[in-house]
Design a protein around this ligand. Structure first.
Ligand code: NAI
Length: 495
């Protein structure tokens, strides 16, 4: 049908096909399919099973890229064998950098908060690409494995801008940045700095910050105090599941993964293998995710009508087995959706109905395909100098003996040994006998006193590494740099 918007559709694994099929049936009855053409794609367990390690066919990739929108059911992550999560791959491959999750108290979904008369209505925006989800991991020694936590300034800028723009569009008054910048001063420090920098362009919004552990406690004690919280990837992942718990569980939280070109809409929960194929799964999360998609595609009127019908259904006590009044029989997925379809045109009575907007004057415009991979940058033209290096060694030597060896190795170089640490704690020149050490020492060299930054380039630091590598097992290596005169590296604990 001409003029319809194309959406790639992946049914997913486990309960995925059941809840996706039921949602499409609801969309059909609500008239959505007159405006949207769903194009099925092969992604997930069946594709992995054929030996495709990405879990998606080339044809599926082309279709998603053509459409710019993917509506997906949950997909299982292969256990073991190094297979990566297809859900994470999809978000990263297509740069869907902001994960927006909405948590609202729903009628008929009883929680400790609803019983106490507390209504929850908040959003989490989780950075979706970086952090430990880069999946950059290495075994460095017999006993030590590293996961690199990468946070970039442009990555922060993209997610913060999205969060502030969304808060503005939603008419919110306040936005918070959740972080752990008191401990990870550089990575989370950057995330917080870029939040504050973005806040300057949105003066109507009160922008605050909160340390993530305090945030978790505050959310449990007084969840109404937050309207939107933006967090780095891993912290955002954990906090969003906590918020799902506040409104009744994973079955009620929708999720949108938004990028500049491609966006992915999916339920927050997984494939629920324990109930797959039984026809009893709760489709609320995927329906709500579908409504986020409809709004993204400028079909706000359809979204509001379906949401009001869903609220009226929940309010009436119709429920699947995972929630609701256990004294009334649970219905299956299809009957639940039929109950929603029967209420199209109704409005909930115990909660405020969702305002139904006029049909959108504008329609969704698919952003043009980028000509090539973009290099995104925030800071340019900073003056950077190598001022030292951290060399990580696997050695049985004591800190004192290691220091003697390192001092000897550096004698003809422009660098001097300033620190030895183990698991981030200084063990030389001072330290405590109570600090337990593992087989992964850091030895830090910095420019000798009186040598100005910039006097030597990186090749002299690498020459020192080369020298040490002749007689020691090197696990890894980092150059120490200044950026416009500011140290680009952290101090050791106790330094
Ligand atoms: P899960 O969310 O699939 O299940 C946890 C519990 O919640 C189970 O008892 C399940 O029956 C129940 N549950 C989940 N969704 C439900 C629904 N709609 N209606 C009724 N009950 C529901 O989490 P689990 O077991 O940790 O993961 C299973 C698989 O899903 C794994 O392979 C995991 O990697 C994948 N997964 C995929 C996600 C995605 O596609 N975005 C997200 C989370 C997990």
């Amino acid at each position: 049908m001409a003029g319809r918007v194309s959406v790639a559709l992946a049914s997913g694994d486990g309960i995925g096909p059941e809840i996706v099929e039921a949602t499409l049936e609801l969309f059909r009855i609500a008239g959505v399919l007159e405006h949207i053409e769903f194009r099925p794609v092969d992604m997930g367990a069946a594709v992995f099973a054929k030996g495709n390690t990405r879990g998606m066919t080339d044809e599926a990739i082309r279709t998603v890229e053509d459409c710019g929108i993917l509506f997906k059911g949950p997909m299982e992550t292969p256990k073991g064998g190094g297979g990566k999560s297809i859900n994470v791959t999809a978000r990263k491959l297509w740069n869907a950098y902001a994960n927006l999750r909405v948590f609202k108290t729903l009628p008929g979904v009883e929680t400790v908060y609803s019983r106490a008369g507390l209504s929850i209505d908040m959003c989490i925006v989780r950075e979706n690409i970086e952090d430990t989800y880069g999946g950059v991991e290495h075994r460095l020694s017999n006993d030590v494995i590293q996961c690199k936590r990468l946070i970039s300034a442009p990555g922060c800028d993209e997610v913060h801008r999205f969060a502030f723009q969304t808060a503005r569009k939603m008419g919110l008054k306040a936005i918070h940045c959740g972080h752990k910048a008191n401990i990870m001063k550089m990575t989370d420090g950057l995330f917080l700095d870029r939040f504050r920098a973005t806040a300057k362009d949105f003066p109507e919004l009160t922008a605050g910050d909160v340390i993530v552990d305090a945030l978790c406690m505050n959310l449990v004690v007084k969840p109404q105090q937050y309207q939107m919280v933006v967090l780095p990837n891993l912290q955002g992942d954990i906090v969003s599941d906590l918020c799902a718990g506040l409104v009744g569980g994973l079955g009620f939280a929708p999720s949108a993964n938004i990028g500049n070109h491609i966006s992915i809409f999916e339920a927050v929960h997984g494939t629920a293998p324990d109930i797959a194929g039984k026809g009893i799964a709760n489709p609320t999360s995927i329906i709500l995710s579908g409504l986020m998609m409809l709004r993204h595609l400028c079909f706000g009127q359809h979204a509001a009508n379906i949401e009001n019908a869903l609220l009226a259904t929940l309010e009436s006590g119709v429920h699947t087995g995972d929630f609701g009044d256990k004294k009334t029989p649970a219905v299956g997925t299809r009957d639940f959706v039929r109950a929603v379809a029967d209420r199209l045109g109704d409005k909930p009575r115990t909660v405020a109905p969702v305002p139904v907007p006029d049909p959108a004057a504008t329609s969704f415009v698919r952003p043009p395909r980028p000509a090539g991979q973009q290099v995104i940058r925030t800071f340019k033209n900073l003056v950077s100098h190598v001022v030292g290096c951290d060399i990580y060694l696997d050695t049985p030597l004591s800190p004192i003996s290691l220091a003697e060896e390192m001092n000897r190795a550096a004698v003809d170089s422009p660098f001097r040994l300033t620190l030895i640490s183990n698991r981030g704690t200084q063990v030389w020149p001072t330290g405590s006998v109570y600090t337990e050490c593992v087989d992964y020492y850091r030895v830090r060299f910095e420019l000798k006193e009186g040598t100005p930054p910039g006097a030597f380039g990186q090749s002299r630091a690498i020459a020192l590494l080369d020298r040490i590598a002749e007689s020691f097992t090197v696990c890894s290596y980092e150059l120490l740099r200044t950026f416009d005169g500011t140290k680009g590296f952290s101090l050791a604990q106790g330094q």
